[in-house]
Ligand binder design. Structure first.
Ligand SMILES: [Zn+2]
Length: 173
């Protein structure tokens, strides 16, 4: 029987109820800009972001990275940004109000998630469009011999204890 996730926090002593959910307001590339750069070359809203460099423009969208929790109905979720090609970004905007079920785009994960290694490079992903105004879901690509804990967690799921530990560190770090 799927259960509701809840735990008494070892950091603050409160009962935290519901599957943990954390989100980034912007891709790291945007967050790392100076205020002057954000105003001059950046554009950001709750779903999309662009950065207009002199030689190119970078395109980002916000997505949902789900990590299943063993025995719990709702997954642990991270609201994260991925970079898309110009073509994919334009297609995403063109179909924003009329998404095509199952459509996907290749993207690179653009946030460093707390308590996971940042990795040697950005992580490759598939962005899967959702209906009913849900943000797209992110599927991390798996390597032949996968060693990235984030990828392993998404594909294998995590224990309740690990979910609690990750949530505590994300909330109270
Ligand atoms: Zn707490």
């Amino acid at each position: 029987m799927p259960a509701i996730f809840a735990f008494t926090c070892t950091c603050c002593g409160k009962l935290h109820e519901g599957s943990p959910s954390f989100a980034f307001n912007a891709p790291d590339h945007y967050a790392n800009l100076t205020e002057e750069q954000k105003a001059r070359i950046g554009k950001l809203n709750s779903d999309v972001c662009t950065i207009a460099h002199e030689d190119r423009t970078d395109y980002f969208i916000r997505t949902i990275l789900e990590i299943p929790i063993e025995g719990v109905a709702e997954p642990f979720t991270w609201g994260v940004w991925v970079s898309l090609s110009k073509k994919s970004f334009e297609r995403y905007l063109d179909t924003y109000d009329t998404p095509v079920e199952g459509e996907g785009f290749f993207g690179w994960l653009c946030n460093a998630i707390p308590n996971y290694p940042s990795g040697p490079s950005s992580r490759p992903t598939d962005v899967i469009v959702q209906l009913n105004r849900q943000r797209p879901k992110l599927l991390l690509h798996r390597g032949e011999q996968e060693t990235d804990p984030l990828v392993i967690d998404q594909h294998q799921g995590i224990s309740v204890a690990r979910a609690q530990s990750l949530a505590e560190q994300a909330m109270h770090r």
